[in-house]
Design a protein around this ligand. Structure first.
Ligand SMILES: [Mn+2]
Length: 272
């Protein structure tokens, strides 16, 4: 039995399937963690979601910003953007079932894992965690966000995308959801800047990667895994905060990480 984390799949079904074959994934005994952004940009969002739902009892997922964008289009009947590629999810005969499946996934997930030598505690989020939050506080707030999302998808999704006056306040529903799912860099007060999306070396001097600052949650964890920031190419320079979005939908790679021994398995992208 092993736990594998895969970075942002974004509709890249072929690479996803090839990766599962490479790690010899067995849903009867292994667990697959997915860092969010299962859908959009790549060619086969529908196949990715169908496969994940087929093995759902062996899967741990956190929601990403593209998953939320798809849910917003579905529940609020929004028009897709020109570069969105999840049209097939919108018109599928089981579209409600698929949207409900994603809607019910958390923003933060954590689990204890038994390695050869000891038990380790690992958590996963799509983009990042605000500093000065313990694991317990993070999970409580994440749970409250999920309850609000599930209780009233239309209103809460609208807030996540349109409540711009609260986007920078991590003590609001929309601010915290945007931090969990979209943050890359923060200012000296720990508040997010959602404009900067580039490489680490180009970060303006008044901003820093969210994981570089003091992260209280790491007192409660052995490892924190996240996706979202493809330009990092898997590098945070912090040994126990692990970036797994390696830009498969942009023609780079899809990365799987085995948590028991931190071994990485890499699939070359087929996207042009
Ligand atoms: Mn993302």
């Amino acid at each position: 039995m092993a736990n594998y984390v895969v970075g942002d799949i974004q509709g890249c079904f072929e690479e996803f399937k090839n990766g599962l074959n490479l790690i010899k994934f067995k849903s009867s005994k292994d667990f697959l963690w997915i860092t969010g952004d299962l859908v959009n940009r790549g060619p086969d969002s529908l196949k990715v979601l169908e496969h994940v739902m087929k093995i759902k009892n062996s899967v741990h997922i956190v929601l990403g910003n593209h998953d939320l964008h798809y849910l917003n289009c579905f529940f609020n009947k929004k028009k897709l953007n020109d570069d969105d590629t999840f049209q097939s999810l919108m018109i599928h005969k089981k579209n409600t079932k698929m949207a409900q499946f994603l809607l019910n996934q958390p923003f933060v997930f954590s689990k204890k894992i038994l390695t050869k030598k000891k038990v380790i505690k690992v958590a996963m989020v799509h983009a990042g965690i605000p500093r000065n939050m313990t694991l317990k506080k993070t999970e409580t707030l994440s749970k409250l966000c999920s309850l609000e999302l599930i209780k009233n998808p239309t209103n809460s999704l609208k807030k996540i995308f349109e409540d711009k006056k609260n986007f920078l306040a991590v003590d609001t529903f929309s601010g915290l959801v945007n931090f969990f799912t979209r943050v890359r860099v923060i200012n000296k007060n720990g508040l997010p800047n959602f404009t900067f999306k580039g490489r680490k070396k180009n970060i303006p001097s008044n901003l820093a990667p969210w994981f570089k600052k003091e992260n209280k949650i790491m007192d409660d964890l052995d490892f924190l895994v996240f996706g979202h920031w493809a330009a990092l190419q898997g590098k945070t320079d912090i040994s126990n905060i692990i970036a797994l979005d390696t830009g498969c939908c942009w023609g780079k790679e899809l990365t799987f990480l085995r948590l028991e021994d931190q071994k990485k398995f890499v699939i070359k992208s087929k996207q042009g």
